[in-house]
Design a protein around this ligand. Structure first.
Ligand code: JFZ
Length: 428
C-alpha cells in the first residue's frame, strides 16, 4: 500500500467500511510486496470456520464472556468435546463444492481452548490433552492441502482466562503469561503444520478497548511476526496483530458499496447471521444476497471469506452445505469473471452493476436488469470493444463511441441471481 494512499485514506477515511485502515506498526520486511499478494488476490472466495467448545452450548463463540461463565466452569466443556463425525476432508469437500479456493480455521478463539497439541497452552487447555485427544489443526491442514485449497489459520491472542488481559498494567505478571502463551502457540502453529498461507489474528485489542494498533506496545507484533516469517516468509498476515496488515478487513453483513478499493481487502461475514460459532438460532443468508455480496466485493477488488459454524460433532449444518452448493453452481457457470480477475475498468454502480477484467476480456456483472428500455450505458474507456456476449451465451448488440458503450439487453435471458456479460477488447 503506497504512502500516498495511506495518507489519503487516513485523511479522507474514504473507505469507511474498513476499520483502522493502514493503522498499526510496520518496519523493514514486516509486510509483503504487491507481487507476493497476487496469488491471494486471485482466489476471491474462502471458507472461514468457527468451531470449538462454544459449539456445545450453541449460543455463539462469545458464550463464556456474555454469560459470565467462570473459566473453571467453562473448562468442563472440554470433557464433553469428543466429536464422532468430525471430518476435515468433508469440510474441504464442502468448500470446494462452493467454489471456495482457501480456508481459514479458528485454531483458538477468545475462550482459550486450542484445537491442536499445544505444549504452550496455559494449563494444557487443548484438544490433545482432553477428551477428544486429537490434533484437529493437523487433520485440517492435511485435508486442506490434499483438496488443493490454500491453508489459513485464525489465532486469538486474547484469552479470557487471563485477568491480565483486562488490566495488563495492574497485573503485569499475569499479562506476561498471556503474552508468553501467544508467542509459544503462534510458533507451534507456524512450525508444526507445514507451509501456512494465511495467518488471521483476532482479538489483539486489550481489555476489549481501543484498536489492535493501540495494543502494539504490549504484543510487540513486529517481533512476533518476524518469528512468524522465519518459518513462513510469504504468509499473508491480516491487520489485527497491531501490525499493518498485508490486507484490510471489512467485517460483518453490511452491503458492499462505493468505489473500487485500490489495495487488498477482505469481506468476512457469516452464513448464519446469529453468530460465528454454531448457534441453535439459525438465520441463513439468502442465496441472492450471498452472490450479490461476492460480486460486489470482487468488483471492488476484495476477497470474500464466508463463515460456517459446525455443530459440536464437527458437522456443518446440512442447510448450510446445501446453500454453499448453490453458490458453487453459480460460480461453476460464472467463475471466469471472478477468479484471477482484477476490478474495473469501470467503477461499480451501487445496486446495479460492476466490472472485472482479465486478459482481453471485461466482465460486466448485472445485479439486476436495467428498467424500461433494457439498455445499459457504460462510460467511455480507451479500449476498443470488438464483441459483447452473455458469458457462455448469446451475442449482445452494442454501440461504442466517445460518449461510452451502449449495450442492448432486450434479448438477454437474465440469470436469476447475477448475469455476466463479456466485452472482448481489441489488441490485448
Ligand atoms: C471478532 C471476534 O470477537 C468474533 O467472535 C469473531 O471471531 C470475529 C471474526 O472477530 O469480532 C470482531 C472483531 C473486530 C471487529 C468486529 C468484530 N471490528 O474491528 O469491527
Amino acid at each position: 500500500m503506497g504512502d500516498a494512499e495511506k495518507k489519503s485514506m487516513e485523511k479522507g477515511l474514504i473507505y469507511t467500511s474498513l476499520k483502522g485502515v493502514g493503522q498499526g506498526v510496520s518496519g523493514p520486511g514486516s509486510n509483503l510486496p504487491a507481487e507476493k499478494m497476487q496469488w491471494w488476490e486471485d482466489q476471491k472466495f474462502g471458507m472461514f470456520i468457527h468451531w470449538g467448545l462454544y459449539a456445545i452450548p450453541a449460543t455463539g463463540e462469545w458464550t463464556m464472556f456474555n454469560q459470565k461463565i467462570p473459566a473453571e466452569e467453562y473448562a468442563k466443556l472440554a470433557d464433553q468435546f469428543n466429536p464422532k463425525h468430525f471430518s476435515a476432508a468433508e469440510w474441504a469437500r464442502v468448500a470446494k463444492e462452493a467454489g471456495m479456493k482457501y480456508m481459514v480455521m479458528v485454531t483458538r478463539h477468545h475462550d482459550g481452548f486450542a484445537l491442536w497439541n499445544s505444549p504452550a497452552s496455559y494449563r494444557h487447555f487443548d484438544s490433545w490433552e482432553t477428551a477428544a485427544h486429537r490434533d484437529f489443526v493437523k487433520e485440517y491442514t492435511d485435508a486442506c492441502r490434499k483438496a488443493g485449497l490454500h491453508v489459513g489459520l485464525y489465532y486469538s491472542p486474547l484469552d479470557w482466562r487471563f485477568p491480565g488481559y483486562f488490566d495488563p498494567r495492574e497485573l503485569p505478571d499475569n499479562a506476561a503469561l498471556l503474552k508468553k502463551q501467544t508467542y509459544g502457540q503462534v510458533e507451534e502453529l507456524m512450525k508444526n503444520y507445514g507451509k501456512i498461507d494465511i495467518l488471521w489474528y483476532d482479538g489483539g485489542w486489550l481489555a476489549h478497548k481501543g484498536s489492535d494498533a493501540d495494543a502494539a506496545w504490549f504484543w510487540e507484533p513486529l517481533k512476533l511476526n518476524a518469528m512468524v516469517r522465519s518459518y513462513n516468509p510469504d504468509v499473508v498476515i491480516n491487520p489485527r496483530s497491531g501490525m499493518v496488515g498485508d490486507f484490510q478487513t471489512d467485517e460483518g453483513g453490511a452491503d458492499v458499496k462505493g468505489p473500487i478499493i485500490p489495495f487488498p481487502w477482505e469481506k468476512c461475514l457469516n452464513l448464519n447471521a446469529t453468530s460465528w460459532g454454531y448457534n441453535k438460532a439459525q438465520n441463513l443468508m439468502p442465496l441472492k444476497q450471498i452472490i450479490d455480496m461476492l460480486v460486489n466485493t470482487v468488483d471492488r477488488g476484495g476477497n470474500m471469506l464466508l463463515n460456517v459454524g459446525p455443530d459440536p460433532d464437527g458437522v456443518i449444518p446440512p442447510a448450510h452445505v446445501e446453500r454453499l452448493k448453490e453458490v458453487g453452481q453459480w460460480l461453476a457457470k460464472n467463475g471466469e469473471g471472478i477468479y484471477q480477475t482484477r476490478p474495473g475498468p469501470f467503477q461499480p454502480v451501487d445496486d446495479f452493476y460492476g466490472a472485472t477484467y482479465s486478459g482481453n476480456k471485461i466482465y460486466i456483472h448485472l445485479l439486476k436488469m436495467p428498467a424500461g428500455d433494457a439498455v445499459i450505458k457504460l462510460p467511455p474507456t480507451g479500449q476498443v470493444i470488438t464483441a459483447c456476449t452473455v458469458l457462455h451465451g448469446e451475442k449482445v448488440k452494442f454501440h461504442q463511441d466517445a460518449t461510452g458503450i451502449t449495450l442492448n439487453l432486450a434479448t438477454v435471458q437474465p440469470d436469476p441471481l447475477v448475469t455476466t456479460l463479456v466485452l472482448k477488447v481489441k489488441g490485448r
